[in-house]
Structures are given as structure tokens and as C-alpha cells.
Ligand binder design. Sequence first.
Ligand code: NAD
Ligand code: 6OD
Length: 475
Amino acid sequence: MSSPVRHYVGGDFDASGEPFPLVDPVHGRVVGEVPAAPAELVDRAVRAAREALRGPWGSWSPAERARALHRVADGIESRFEEFVAAECADTGKPRELAATVDIPRAVANFRSYADLLAGRAEQSWHTGTPDGRGALNYTVRKPLGVVAVISPWNLPLLLLTWKVAPALAMGNTVVAKPSELTPSTAVLLAEVTAEAGLPAGTFNLVHGKGAGAAGQWLTEHPGIDAIAFTGESGTGTTIMRAAAARLAPVSFELGGKNAGLVFADADLDAAVAGTVRSAFTHSGQVCLCTERLYVERPVLEEFADRLAAEARKLTGYGPMISAAHRDKVLGYLTRAAADGQVLAGGAAPRFGDDRDDGFWIEPTVLTGLPEDHPAVREEIFGPVVHLAPFDTEEEALTLANTGPYGLAATVWTTDLARAHRVAPALDVGIAWVNTWNLRDLRTPFGGVKASGIGREGGDHSLDFFSEPMNVCVKL
Ligand code: NAD
Ligand code: 6OD
């Protein structure tokens, strides 16, 4: 049993606010409660963050901050099993996923930004002047100030720390609001930041819902200097409006409807296995998951048979996050079954035990739907992939590039020249060739079109979370 869900403001834990239920998605049972931060507490968190910025944290050198981030990483590692258990309890994801992806990546997020910060160079220019003595220009990077970090429920700690770590690295203070559905690992993180000696007010945590609650109050708060948000594109629009009112910078990682392209020359074993991962990891509740797969016509039938067979064999997957999300996914499946074909899955599984009250959906393979069908056009965010044929490279690109989103894509081919032609022509922020979700944390991460604004990862994050200032010294 992990710590009770509490806010963390100015170095103190606090459970104020009307509680709402925390539900276990595996069994559909209420297992705890989450206090909804009142507006007064959100305000206090922003003020505590401002004080820490002016006070102790603001005076720490980059080297001291880098060491602090490593201590946070050490703290997560030392309580690894607690973090894994809390992430699994909130999300229902299999232990293996939390233990090999979510929690190790949270550790890596802190370590990689600490290391990048420690090795970061500053720019300088010698400038000619008429008197021949010249001038020295150099750039200093200042923190933006108090940053709001608002994160979703699918990879709760991974996505929270992906923003918190670089924000702290650059000397900002943070008020974080995790998803109301998955608050627990953020509480453990708050404990770890305290144990790691971060000054009170450097990292603050408030819980609650978005609209009309802590999320909205945070984004509209005049004391918030920047907003880093991951979540739905529609929520991004709302948050951008709030940020626009005071011209606060935003970094947005939003929704996707990611395409995969399988060419007839692909290694089909690798393409099938890769698609099983890219479509069904965390039951499709990863923004990078493939929901549309276009397969070159000569191999479509074989590919579809093999993928459907693998989908039917899958066990050990987790549930949808909530009853509402399960019902939304089932809504797409009902329409898809009426308008196309279901090759595998398509319904809620029956286990014959208490999981039948949870929020499960079978791994599902669809085909035969028109491109403008909601199941092909809209983000489902579940274990659902639709297969369609293409005949030419040009057609494949047109199909992949159609639609409002542009987050990620996969290309399966053994033709090197084709790989280098097709991948850069995709309207996405991230294209993988013959793999999926292979991450190097220094690379730019983000989407185009409705999938995001800005890039995170490596220097991109450190740049976003700081303001460059030029100093010109006449010599
Ligand atoms: P969501 O937009 O509903 O919620 C995300 C967060 O925003 C939550 O903390 C929520 O409480 C808060 N929020 C909601 N409305 C708000 C408002 N009006 N003002 C301020 N805060 C508000 O998203 P979700 O359902 O939690 O997550 C799933 C979505 O996130 C999917 O669309 C998925 O593609 C996207 N996502 C994108 C990435 C990426 O890297 N591009 C990563 C993960 C998830
Ligand atoms: O790997 C990452 O850095 C990242 N931001 C992943 C996002 C996954 C979306 O669900």
C-alpha cells in the first residue's frame, strides 16, 4: 500500500480539499481517495514556488542542481518497488511494464538532464568595434520562473518527470498536477524530493481534476510563468487560451493517430512482432502507438492473418484506465464492427473472475473501414489497429500524412534508399524505421499539427525551460 494521496506545498504534505474516489481499473473497485486541491491551495503552491525561486533554490549553482537531480534519481531507485507497485495500482498496467519502462525511465529522466546540465556550454562571441578594442558578447540562461507541469494518466511518473527534471535542472521551481486518475507515484516523488534535500517550495504538487479545478486554476494563475502540458489536443487548446492571456510560453505534447507503413520488401516477422508492440503496448494507451497500419497490397493478407493470430494469443495485457475510457473505446469498436471487419478482438474479454468488473478490452485488429471513418480518423487510445492496403510509395505517404495529427510513424522496409526517402517525408515529429519507440533522451521529441507545440528531450527541454539573455561587454 503506497502513501495516501496528499498535496505537497512549500515542503509540507497536506490533504485539504473535497476527496473524490480513486478506482482500481483492473477490478473496477474504489481503492482510495484523492483530495481535490481548493483554489486557495493552488495559490499557496504557486506562492511557495515563487519564494523558493527567490530564496534557496534560486541560489544553487548548476553543479549543485545537477547533484540534487542525481539524488532524486537515487531516491526513486532506492524505493523502486514502491514506485512500481503504486504505478501498477493506479493504472492497472502489468508489473513488467512499470518495472522495465515507467520507473527506470523516471530515473533516467533525472540522470540524463543532470548530466546534460553539467556538460552544457555557454555561447560567446567576440565582436569588432570601431576603436579596435572590441566587445565580448556572452549568453546566460536564466530560469523561466515558476513552471506548471500538467501530466496525463498513461505513463504517469515517466511523463511527469520528463518535464519536472529539465525544469528543475534549469533552476525553475515547479507546481505539478498529475492526472486525477493516477496521482500516487507523484506523491512518492514529492517524498523523494524532500529526502533528496530540495529546498521547500522547489517542487510542489497539487491534485485534482482539470476543467473548473486545480488544472484550470493553475494554468490561469498569474504567478505561473510557463506551462508544460501533456495530454489531449483539445485540452491543449483550452490551456493555450489561458496561457495566451498573459503570453506565458507553452510546451505541448498532445494526441496522435499514428500510422505505420509496411512495404512488401519488409522483414514480415519483424514487422508483425513490431506492430504487436506498437499497437498493443499498455493496451494501446501510449501516445506513440500505431492505430493505422497501411500494408502494401501483395503482403496485406499474410500480414493481416499473422497480426490477427498474434493479437488473439496475447495475454498479460492491462485494462483501460477507466470505465469512461473503456466505453469510449467500445463505442468505436461497435461502429467499426458495423461498417468494416473485425479480424481479432473487438469486445471486452470475459475472465470469469473479479476482473470482469474492470475496464478491459481485447487486443483488436480491424480492416475494411473507409479512411474518413471515426475509428480510422480519431485517436482511440486503446488496443485497436486498423489495416488498409496501399499500392505505391506515394499513396502510402498520402495516407499516412492525412489527418489532423502528426506525432509518430513507423516504416517497415528492407530497402535502405526507400527508408531514407519515406521517413523524412512523413508529417510527424518522430519516425521509426524497422523499430518502434526506441528512445535516446537527447533527441527531439514532439509532434506537428495537432500533436504538439515545441520539442522536448535533451537540449530542446533545457532551452524551453530557460530564457537566453545576452550580455555585451565593451573591452
Ligand atoms: P487530458 O488532456 O484529459 O488530461 C491531461 C491532464 O490535463 C490531466 O492532468 C488533466 O487533469 C488535465 N486537464 C484536463 N483539462 C484541463 C484543463 N481544462 N485545464 C488544465 N488542465 C486540464 O489527457 P489524458 O486523458 O489524461 O491523456 C490522454 C491523452 O494524452 C491522449 O490524447 C494522448 O495521446 C495524450 N498524450 C500525449 C503524449 C505525447 O507525448 N504527445 C503523451 C501521453 C499522452
Ligand atoms: O518517451 C518519451 O520521452 C515520451 N515523452 C513518451 C510519450 C509517450 C506517450 O504516451
